[in-house]
Ligand binder design. Structure first.
Ligand SMILES: [Zn+2]
Length: 71
């Protein structure tokens, strides 16, 4: 029996840059309930808009904190 090698494994596992959930398809998921939207930004992939917003908020907070350090 022969199998096409490409059908036997997932080439790469993609994780959400924020929460680390596995994303099986980058975009255009076949199952909208399972994977409603994935967002790619600055080379990072997020499982949802929520995660993108969360990380951006955290980054903004850290940047703000760093710039307002009082010595
Ligand atoms: Zn996520």
């Amino acid at each position: 029996m022969r199998f096409a090698p490409n059908n036997l494994y997932i080439e790469e596992y993609i994780k959400c840059a924020n929460c680390g959930v596995l994303i099986y398809e980058k975009r255009g998921a076949k199952d909208p309930d399972k994977n409603p939207e994935t967002i790619t930004k600055a080379g990072k992939i997020y499982c949802s808009k929520w995660c993108l917003d969360w990380e951006e908020a955290r980054t903004a907070k850290e940047a703000n904190k760093a710039s307002t350090v009082v010595s």
